[in-house]
Design a protein around this ligand. Structure first.
Ligand code: TXA
Ligand code: MG
Length: 334
């Protein structure tokens, strides 16, 4: 019989979750982006359990979540006063929230957390229950998304249960994740800022803070592997006319808006990301709708392309990787 993680909630859930993490355990936790799989960042054995549970290669570093911005100088080192000033301005503007900063690592942080890299990814998350857990644990928490490596990210406690329920003990339920897409990852270097992963904080919002460099980084982010976020079924982003598809009946459709006329009736299943065409709503629904189609009886998935504006950039980034990963295997890196 397969084991199943216990889902807890509210103040009692927070206490139980914090106690487990303090004792060196791992737990599924809610954040405003996606659910995470957390461990005390200062306990290497606990951090090792994250890699084991996710089936994640030890070469893929973890984001460290701080109880508050005041913790930053205990996990990272500013390379100049200018950088320190920039970090403060970004933190004031976007924390708590979906922005992760890549900085020079403090030597106290275990190597396992950063997979041997001398850089560390940090953020202060906004979800109130997760913030309470962090305050109670009193230590930064390493937490990647709570999915099996390379698979669709979880946005509810039940999603975490279906991804990792057999290998973890506890999931703290904090409702559906508000943004539904992972944080924006911003690398700070003397040459400028580089967006390593697009997310809810957009390039337009960040460029007010300094020069954004494009694709010049030597830093590789494994989450930017072409085959991530993959459904189990083949996914194709629609390029031709939807009416020309001969196999719509055996496929699911991930639609941006409500399809016109009788288009929806042609597909095995249809999920609409936002009937009003709102990209933020589409982002919030993206992983759960993709997961629902993947778990339905259809043979494959078609998805509409979305406008690449604002958070649409991040949705299309995930969709292209999901398409690639569904064909070539998740985590594929060529
Ligand atoms: O919204 C989020 O960022 C969520 C929630 C749980 O906070 N977390 C998340 O973690 O998306 P994860 O592990 O699924 O994705 C983090 C990405 C990975 O692609 C990882 O390789 C990259 O960030 N990363 C983490 N630390 C890094 C480092 N030191 N250097 C380069 N890339 C790093
Ligand atoms: Mg992930």
């Amino acid at each position: 019989m397969s084991r199943s993680a216990r889902i807890v909630s509210g103040a009692e859930g927070v206490v139980e979750c914090a106690a487990l993490l303090q004792a060196g355990g791992i737990a599924g936790v809610p954040t405003e982006t996606v659910y995470g799989l957390a461990a005390d960042a200062f306990q290497p054995l606990a951090v090792a359990s994250i890699f084991e549970a996710k089936g994640r290669p030890l070469t893929d570093p973890l984001i460290v979540h701080l109880p508050d911005a005041g913790w930053i100088e205990r996990v990272a080192i500013f390379e100049s006063d200018i950088e320190g000033d920039l970090v403060n301005r970004l933190a004031n503007a976007f924390w708590p929230g979906p922005l992760t900063l890549l900085l020079k690592k403090h030597p106290d942080i275990p190597e396992l957390v950063t997979a041997g890299s001398d850089r560390i990814a940090v953020r202060v998350a906004a979800h109130p229950l997760f913030q309470e857990v962090l305050r109670k644990v009193g230590s930064p928490l390493a937490a990647p998304s709570a999915n099996r490596f390379g698979r669709i990210s979880p946005v509810t406690a039940l999603d975490v249960q279906s991804e990792l329920g057999e290998v973890i003990l506890l999931i703290l339920d904090g409702g559906a994740s508000q943004h539904g897409l992972e944080s924006t990852i911003l690398s700070l270097t003397p040459q400028g800022m580089e967006i390593l992963r697009p997310g809810p904080i957009t390039e337009d919002q960040l460029k007010e803070f300094g020069h954004i460099i494009q694709g010049e980084s030597i830093v590789k982010t494994p989450g930017s592997l072409p085959g991530h976020y993959a459904p189990r079924k083949h996914l194709s982003i629609l390029k031709s006319d939807i009416m020309e598809l001969s196999n719509a009946g055996s496929h699911g459709l991930l639609a941006f808006r409500q399809p016109a006329g009788d288009i929806a009736a042609r597909f095995g299943v249809v999920k609409v990301l936002s009937s009003s065409g709102d990209l933020k709503e589409a982002a919030a629904n993206f992983y759960s709708h993709l997961r629902a189609i993947d778990e339905s009886g259809v043979e494959g998935i078609y998805s509409e392309a979305l406008p690449e504006q604002g958070i649409g950039v991040a949705i299309m980034d995930r969709l292209r990787r999901a398409e690639y990963g569904s064909r070539h295997g998740s985590g594929h890196c060529s």
